[in-house]
Design a protein around this ligand. Structure first.
Ligand code: NAP
Length: 238
């Protein structure tokens, strides 16, 4: 398969190595210094594009792939307030779009367990809930896209929580999501239920970016030849 890379930072480089190790080729690499090369003509050299850039650039990049009718996998976080717009265009024009706030297999298993646990804990109001996420100091958005997914899944299931806030809170109807930025940490996410009697903790800790790259390349392999909007639930059958 031919994969165009949009964004050639830490993730773009990992994805290139992973994709080549699985026998794919990379006919096009777009980064900030050659943005003008992102045209329908250049994109059409590829079977699929994989986009890991920054929150201000993601929407424009995805639209460029739609303009070229090239399937697109995006992993950029911090722009998902525009997701409805993208999904609408994807459905209307029968394009192919794959999005995950976190491409790691372990995190997607954590998402699943988080939903199951929240359904159970809704019956036990004696447990206070809080979340923490820790990432490297260059991360632009906060809280992380993964933390937002975890928090929103909790809000949908725990009646006593109405919204998440990115700070410590004492309000019973708010869910604290605390962000830490430290050194080169690839990503740690924790959900904690604490009662007077005990503490129940779910934690996922990424060891490197390789797991994200593998998921993104698997997503690229998955959407070629399909139309519609997809996510990790479709890929992993969770
Ligand atoms: N979904 C997941 O599993 C997952 C995992 C890890 C990271 N992420 C997300 O993926 C994104 C990238 O992460 P990263 O660690 O690779 O960051 P990074 O090292 O900063 O890489 C981003 C790259 O995109 C470039 N870029 C910026 N604007 C662009 C544009 N308009 N067109 C093309 N390239 C552009 C940046 O160039 P400059 O540095 O020169 O601006 C940089 O080379 C972030 O949003 C991060 O949160 C997602």
């Amino acid at each position: 398969m031919k994969i165009a890379l949009i964004g050639y930072g830490k993730m773009g480089k990992e994805i290139r190595a992973l994709a080549e190790s699985r026998g794919h080729t990379i006919p096009l690499i777009i980064d900030v210094d050659n943005r003008e090369d992102l045209t329908p003509e250049s994109l059409k050299q590829a079977d699929v594009a994989v986009e890991f850039t920054n929150p201000d650039a993601a929407l424009q990049n995805i639209e460029a792939c739609f303009d070229a009718r090239v399937p697109v996998v995006s992993g950029t976080t911090g722009w998902t307030d525009k997701m409805d717009e993208v999904r609408k265009r994807c459905e209307e024009e029968k394009q192919a779009f794959f999005y995950a706030s976190n491409y790691s297999l372990g995190v997607n298993i954590l998402f699943h367990i988080n939903r199951v646990l929240a359904d159970i804990m809704n019956r036990y109001p004696g447990y206070e809930i809080m979340m923490e996420e820790t990432h490297h100091v260059q991360k632009l958005d906060s809280p992380s896209g993964t933390a937002i997914t975890l928090a929103e899944d909790i809000l949908q299931r725990i009646d006593r929580k109405k919204k998440w806030v990115n700070r410590m809170t004492k309000r019973d109807d708010e869910l604290s999501v605390i962000s830490y930025r430290r050194d080169k940490v690839p990503g740690i996410h924790t959900v904690r239920y604490n009662s007077e009697m005990d503490t129940l903790t779910l934690t996922h800790s990424a060891k490197s970016r390789k797991g994200f790259a593998l998921g993104a390349v698997m997503a690229a392999e998955f959407i070629v030849g399909k139309t519609g909007c997809f996510g990790m639930k479709d890929l992993l059958n969770l």
